[in-house]
Design a protein around this ligand. Structure first.
Ligand SMILES: Cc1cc2nc3c(=O)[nH]c(=O)nc-3n(C[C@H](O)[C@H](O)[C@H](O)COP(=O)(O)OP(=O)(O)OC[C@H]3O[C@@H](n4cnc5c(N)ncnc54)[C@H](O)[C@@H]3O)c2cc1C
Length: 397
């Protein structure tokens, strides 16, 4: 074994692009991440370079100007990017979910309108379900779209935790509509909101207040989004299908979970790399700490967790690519990878001793980034809910 998180059976293109992204990360991201993070600055030069590499169009079909690649290719690139800095993978994540939802559920006119511009990264996607009063309980959404007598809708309400809220130009947003269905989630509609970048009242009735200050995941903007009489047209309803928003967004979240698992793998690989290097440099009691069995065993545990998480993530991506249902596999991969990532970064931090607490050491940033992965695209409790429901259905006596 030469390095962790290798993947068997890749195509030549997959091997090439993953290698290219890894080199890009080593050369262009790792050396500058600490400074962007310290100043909480949007990493524009890195984003520009990713546009040139075609990463924003990785999974968009070639007929709409993308590279038409699989979820696995995308996830492996994300793993590499997160190894360099988790925030960079966050720039791509919501964009990728919105492009995927358009591909799966958009009308032909919506695909023509957005996908070619999304493939180049000119239009960039954000994804909004959460509100101040809810995150896990999506069916409880309160932001409301009222049907206008002359056609279209008027939207009012407040959204929370919008990743790329200020830097995106297309937000897929889930709101309550009046479809008169018996189940709450059948009264939810996904709207495509095209807006300029920036903060303040960006369109009549649509305000993006400033950035939310966060523990980690810096550089990338996370915002609220306030609708106050915002007018949306009928052709802004995803797939021209009012009342189908819950299903459409959950489909997006499912691939998003593989993506979060990939990010967790990337952060965990980096935490391991830092630990295995430091353990051979730092001496105590006359020998490198790696020669103390307690530390060597920690490294063995960390590497085993990294490998297990990577294999589950790859399995979930391949399952989706094969057209099989992958809700349980994606939930398991997200759950295991994010929990292991949290443990591996903690172990790496402890191997660094006091220096792990210094902002001069990279592990300090990883310690602040890793907890987000336990929450984004559904907490571990929500993953366990999804997994156990299916298990109890499949193993019903
Ligand atoms: C940095 C950041 C970026 C984000 N980006 C986005 C984004 O781009 N778009 C978006 O829509 N959202 C985004 N989110 C929101 C995120 O998806 C939610 O925070 C997450 O789903 C959890 O929801 P919540 O915070 O409301 O917690 P709650 O749902 O209030 O849960 C609180 C606690 O209760 C537990 N819990 C809840 N229900 C149950 C249950 N039934 N059984 C057992 N335990 C339960 C949870 O696991 C958690 O531990 C982001 C969040 C953060 C922090």
């Amino acid at each position: 074994m030469t390095r962790l998180a290798q993947t068997l059976g890749l195509t030549e293109f997959q091997t090439d692009i993953v290698t290219t992204v890894r080199r890009f990360v080593d050369k262009e991201i790792i050396p500058v991440a600490a400074e962007f993070e310290r100043t909480d600055t949007y990493p524009q030069p890195i984003v520009d370079a990713m546009r040139e590499m075609g990463l924003f169009g990785l999974m968009i079909p070639e007929s709409y100007g993308g590279l038409g690649e699989s979820l696995l290719t995308y996830a492996l690139c994300v793993e590499e990017l997160a190894r360099g800095w988790m925030s960079i993978s966050g720039v791509l994540n919501t964009h990728f979910i919105v492009a995927y939802m358009l591909r799966q559920h958009g009308t032909e006119a919506q695909k023509q309108r957005f996908l070619p511009r999304m493939a180049t990264g000119e239009t960039r996607g954000a994804f909004s379900m959460s509100e101040p009063e809810l995150g896990s309980d999506v069916a409880a959404i309160r932001t409301h779209a009222t049907r206008d007598p002359d056609g279209g809708y008027t939207i009012a309400g407040q959204k929370m935790w919008l990743t790329n809220g200020g830097s995106s130009t297309l937000v897929a947003v889930l709101v309550r509509s009046d479809e008169g269905a018996d189940k709450p989630h059948r009264n939810l509609t996904a709207f495509l909101v095209e807006k300029p970048t920036g903060f303040g009242e960006v369109l009549p009735g649509l305000t993006i207040p400033g950035k939310i200050d966060k523990l980690g995941y810096k550089g990338i903007d996370t915002t609220e989004m306030i609708f106050d009489g915002y007018r949306a047209g009928d052709d802004d309803v995803l797939g021209a299908a009012p009342g189908r928003g819950f299903v459409q967004m959950m489909d997006g979240i499912e691939v998003g979970r593989v993506n979060v698992a990939a990010r967790a793998c990337g952060v965990a690989v980096r935490a391991f790399e830092l630990a295995v290097r430091y353990a051979q440099q730092r001496q105590t009691f006359g020998k490198p700490i790696a020669d103390h069995q307690a530390i060597a065993f920690q490294l063995a545990e960390m590497a085993t967790k990294v490998e297990a998480a990577h294999l589950m993530m790859v399995n979930a991506a391949r399952l989706k690519d094969s057209g099989e249902r992958n809700d349980v596999a994606a939930g398991m991969a997200k759950y295991l990878a994010s929990e292991y990532c949290s443990e591996v970064t903690q172990q790496s931090f402890r191997i660094h001793g006091g220096y792990g607490y210094s902002t001069e050491y990279e592990i300090e940033r990883l310690m602040r980034d890793a907890p987000f992965l336990l929450i984004g695209e559904g907490t571990s409790e929500i993953q366990k809910q999804i997994i156990s429901r299916r298990l109890l259905a499949d193993y019903r006596i």
